[in-house]
Design a protein around this ligand. Structure first.
Ligand code: ARG
Ligand code: ZN
Length: 484
């Protein structure tokens, strides 16, 4: 689902023309349908949906011409054979008159596709699955595509950002990664601008656990296989979906009426369990700063595979490398990933270049958590970095880091400093009002930096463009902010 103005414009056009023929609102940039003619059955021109969502950093990610509302992903994975079979149902609405449309799918072999129950033809073009329904899809109409596929899932390798996607592990698998991973295990419109709800059914050999996002729907065993159900009813960006299969220490609880489900790899040490056990306490603290926890479930997953050296804010249930807990309990990383539940997951990126909106907020939340737990203060965190940050940090603008610097120190540290600079400029009261208003107004949506700046100016009543220009886009150390 998209929370942009496009849908409203299309709706308005429909009302104005009073007919099913539209002109000029084809989101793919292809030719528009012809104007209504005297003919009682006006003809339409159906064109191919775009193979990318138009992201400046990752042009091939996502697709054009439709908007997904829900995925139902059913997969069976046999770790012994490293083999996956799947059927994914994609419930979407056309946003253009489509002759064909694409889904992102990396590797795997597609064996059957139907659209609205009728067989559809399909072909592969690298990591794109091109589907041609029996008849064209009409702009504004809903459709359901069902894709059946199988194969040995492989991760995607990004030159600078590393591996993302499905990894076979000694006892199972880990599907994880940012900015892309989902297309390695199910066909998907793989860009955060098209959030959708998800239902997962994962079948694995008895004795293994399969953990995914959202609310656990129980498990059922039959003929040596166990099917685990998970459902995420809040809109989710595709890179925030995860699947972790293996042997884990499981903890379940209920917190404020919501399920808590955490899984720690059996190879991880006890500090991992102790850290993950702080999840609800950290979430409750963040709630006092950011407003209500945005999702229906809580939890965390700790993985021990050494190819995963990061943590990721997978929705409602972040995944952490066991490495974070090797030296002892670490709640900073928990605070970081939980802060993303508000900033990144509930308020999502419309374009990858605005990544500081995720990482700057999550870094700032670490500083606030350190202050709350009396380890340090946000001011001290800002001051030490302002005095001692690397030259590269001041050269790399966090508001436009470039695709290769998506996870650079500047995006995180200078991103966090940008928020503290805002706080110094507008004062504590306005600053925390801004943060809460951002979480509330963009809840379950997508957002851009320009929208954040506009909101900050509106809530504070101050002119803030010079401040954000220097902190987000400047290529040298900004002057220390003064209270405006
Ligand atoms: N968003 C994650 C975090 O800050 C980091 C992901 C890093 N991704 C990567 N491919 N290394 O928690
Ligand atoms: Zn982060």
């Amino acid at each position: 689902m998209r929370v942009t103005r496009r849908r409203l414009r299309v709706g308005a056009a429909l009302l104005v023309t009073g007919a099913l023929v539209l002109s000029g609102c084809d989101s793919t940039g292809t030719e528009a349908a012809p104007s209504p003619s005297a003919s009682p059955t006006p003809s339409r021109t159906f064109t191919a949906g775009a193979p990318g969502a138009g992201d400046a950093y990752f042009p091939s990610y996502g697709n054009g011409g439709y908007d997904v509302a829900r995925y139902a992903v059913k997969v069976r994975y046999d770790p012994a054979k490293d083999h996956l079979t799947g059927t994914t149902t994609v419930q979407a609405t056309a946003t253009a008159d489509l002759s064909t449309f694409n889904l992102d799918l990396a590797g795997l072999t597609v064996t059957a596709v139907t659209v609205d129950g009728a067989p559809a033809t399909h072909r592969r073009e690298r990591n794109e699955l091109v589907i041609k329904p029996a008849s064209g899809l009409v702009n504004g109409n809903g459709f359901v595509a069902e894709i059946t596929y199988e194969g040995v899932p492989k991760p995607l390798r990004n030159e600078t950002l590393g591996e993302g996607g499905f990894l076979h592990t000694p006892d199972g698998a880990i599907a994880l990664g940012q900015p892309e991973s989902a297309s390695t295990w199910y066909p998907v419109n793989d860009h955060p601008s098209d959030k959708a709800t998800y239902d997962f059914e994962v079948t694995v050999p008895d004795g293994l656990t399969a953990v995914s996002n959202g609310v656990p729907g129980g498990k059922a065993s039959k003929d040596g296989w166990t099917t685990w159900k998970w459902s995420e009813k809040s809109p989710m960006a595709s890179y925030l979906s995860t699947l972790v299969i293996g042997q884990f220490r499981i903890t379940t609880a209920t917190h404020r009426g919501k399920p808590v489900y955490s899984a720690v790899a059996i190879a991880a040490n006890g500090s991992a369990d102790s850290s993950i056990a702080e999840t609800t306490e950290v979430a409750d603290y963040l709630e006092t700063v950011f407003g209500p926890y945005p999702f229906d479930a809580y939890g965390g997953v700790v993985v021990s595979d050494n190819r995963i050296s990061y943590a990721l804010e997978t929705q409602s249930r972040p995944v952490y490398s066991a490495g974070f807990f090797r030296q002892g309990v670490n709640t900073e990383v928990v605070a970081h990933e939980l802060a993303h539940q508000w900033f990144g997951d509930s308020v999502s990126l419309g374009r990858w270049e605005d990544i500081w909106l995720n990482e700057g907020f999550a870094t700032y939340a670490e500083w606030l958590w350190a202050e709350h737990t009396r380890k340090s203060t946000a001011k001290a965190a800002f001051d030490s970095r302002y005095a001692g940050a690397s030259a590269k940090l001041w050269k790399t603008p966090p508001g436009k880091p470039g695709a290769k610097e998506l996870f650079s120190e500047s995006v995180y540290q200078r991103g966090g400093m940008t928020l503290h600079a805002l706080r110094m400029s507008v004062g504590d009261k306005a600053f925390f009002q801004i943060v809460r208003a951002w979480a509330a107004e963009k809840h379950n949506g997508t957002a851009t930096t320009a929208e954040f700046v506009a909101l900050a100016e509106r809530v504070s009543g101050k002119q803030l463009d010079a401040l954000f220009d220097a902190w987000l886009y400047g290529t040298q150390r900004p002057a220390l902010p003064r209270r405006l």
